[in-house]
Design a protein. Structure first.
Length: 264
């Protein structure tokens, strides 16, 4: 996986396993050349179908229900829940509103700037951005070190990103996720195991995603279920234009990030 990913780090503003951020990274890592992953045909085919399907969608929306395990120094694990409403319009628009146990935030990329608004604190920040979504993903990783899961799903070439550091991949079987029959796929990397549930049939959408961090005590997990996919949405006028609420205060972009984990 390239990064799974810095943009979704802003899109969802969610915590990612620390080992995942280190292993994935926004740009290909300065490390020994990766070997070709050992993928069973039963795993490779659903992944290719999912990636081709997503690549062909000029715009889409979905809801992501996220559960993140946080491991504290005493070894105790606490689960944090969030819900993200996400909209993407390729090549240069993205929006997300994330509400959960620990935040209420909006992210907007309009093709020229990235805006992050913390509605809990009544502040927002803006930074200049490249003219494409893919380039913005890379910029956020390189400039701000933002890394978190799932951005690779909206990347221009999802499979190249998702499979970059994979060692093995298998199909566990046909299992249910959000009420859909899915190919349940399981992958290994050096520091992580991850699973993807891909809907069977003519709409091979991702329906569930789980990362297990093998380098942190307790093997914490990050789980996302995808619902409400719309691959031909009618996007409201102004969705990708940020208008601060009355009384909101603009702050610098970096201090906004420094007030939260960089993997959020």
């Amino acid at each position: 996986m390239r990064n799974l990913c810095c943009l979704f780090g802003l899109l969802l503003l969610l915590a990612a396993p620390a080992a995942f951020a280190a292993e994935a990274g926004g740009q290909p890592q300065a490390a020994p050349e990766a070997k070709t992953p050992d993928l069973a045909p039963e795993a490779a085919a659903p992944m290719a179908a999912m990636c081709d399907y997503l690549k062909a969608r000029p715009s889409f929306t979905f809801t992501a229900e996220v559960e993140t395990d946080k491991v504290y120094p005493n070894g105790q694990t606490i689960q944090v829940s969030r819900t993200a409403k996400v909209a993407v319009k390729r090549p240069d628009k993205a929006y997300s509103h994330v509400v959960g146990d620990d935040r209420d935030r909006v992210f907007i990329y309009d093709g020229k700037t990235v805006t992050v608004a913390d509605l809990d604190r009544g502040v927002y920040a803006v930074t200049d951005a490249p003219p494409t979504l893919d380039a913005t993903i890379d910029m956020l990783e390189e400039k701000y070190g933002l890394s978190a899961p799932l951005g690779d799903v909206i990347y221009g070439d999802p499979c190249a990103a998702l499979l970059e550091h994979v060692r093995t991949g298998d199909c566990v079987g046909t299992h249910q996720a959000v009420g859909k029959a899915c190919d349940h796929l399981a992958f290994t990397q050096k520091a992580l195991d991850w699973q993807m549930w891909v809907e069977k049939g003519k709409t091979p959408l991702p329906r569930k995603f789980v990362i297990t961090d093998k380098e942190i005590m307790g093997w914490p997990q990050y789980q996302v279920t995808f619902t409400d996919w719309d691959v031909a949405p009618h996007l409201a006028a102004g969705l990708f234009t940020f208008k601060p609420l009355e009384g909101m205060r603009r702050i610098d972009f970096l201090p906004m990030l420094e007030n939260s984990d960089k993997t959020k």
